[in-house]
Design a protein around this ligand. Structure first.
Ligand code: PGA
Length: 254
């Protein structure tokens, strides 16, 4: 089963929540992908009784205290969130979040039993050096193998976000393989350049790799079929219920 994760960013309002609740009120069955909607935190409560899972777009690494403007992960959980997006490139570039800060949030979120959706990816200047960028962003997680259980790593090349440009399917497959090689994955049959198989398997390889960046109904089927890809993270195309419905239909039965 594949993940279809909607990242509304700082978009949407009560009317859009009502529209989603009306359109997506139907049954879930085994043909459906795993659907997760991540609205702005201020809209989470309005999503109560929504049939699909909810996620937050960020949280802090402390439970409570003098941290004006931050969201407590415990509170997000109380509001029904099962997932939290962490380290989105907009958090990194606009709000200056560092790999260290994001790692602390990841630790807190996993300790609480929430599922982190950890975003990584290179910008347009770093395209030829994407391996170095991802290796650095993944460095700390590669040492945490048993705790990676359930974590969703979202590969989001920054040059693809909101631009309509996406990497080729071969490139996405290469990156998914590289992420799995870096983190260690006993189940994934990936080989290194020299033909040797990855030599640092983790005990549990039950983490996931999804792709994000300009995903829409017309390209989602081929992305989701790409080897090593467990789903998609969708920004702007998740804000229109008809388009989101089409995306769900395109990803059924994978
Ligand atoms: P996009 O955004 O689908 O609008 O490119 C993806 C994201 O930033 O998560």
């Amino acid at each position: 089963m594949k993940f279809v994760i909607a990242n509304w960013k700082m978009n949407g309002d009560l009317a859009l929540v009502a529209d989603f609740k009306r359109k997506f009120n139907c049954c879930k069955n085994e043909r459906y992908p795993k659907i997760v909607v991540c609205p702005p935190a201020a809209l989470l409560k309005a999503f109560s009784e929504f049939p699909y899972d909810l996620g937050a777009q960020n949280c802090f690494y402390e439970s409570h205290g003098a941290f004006t403007g931050e969201n407590s992960p415990e509170l997000l959980k109380e509001l029904g969130c099962k997932y939290v997006i962490l380290g989105h490139s907009e958090r990194r570039s606009i709000f200056g979040e560092s790999d260290e800060l994001i790692f602390k949030k990841w630790q807190k979120v996993t300790d609480l039993g929430l599922t982190p959706i950890l975003c990584i990816g290179e910008n347009s200047d770093q395209r030829t050096k994407w391996k170095d960028v991802l290796e650095k962003q993944l460095e700390k997680y590669a040492l945490e193998a048993p705790k990676l259980y359930g974590t969703i790593f979202a590969y989001e090349p920054i040059w693809s976000i909101g631009t309509g440009k996406i990497p080729s399917m071969n490139e996405i497959e290469d990156v998914a393989g590289f992420i799995r090689d870096t983190l260690g994955d006993c189940n994934y049959n990936s080989t290194k350049d020299d033909g040797a198989t990855a030599d640092h398997c983790c005990q549990r390889s039950d983490y996931y790799v999804v792709y994000g960046g300009s995903v829409k109904s017309s390209n989602v089927a081929q992305i989701i079929r790409t080897k090593g890809v467990d789903g998609v993270l969708i920004g702007s195309a998740s804000l229109k219920s008809e388009e989101f419905q089409k995306i769900i239909e395109e990803t059924m039965e994978y």
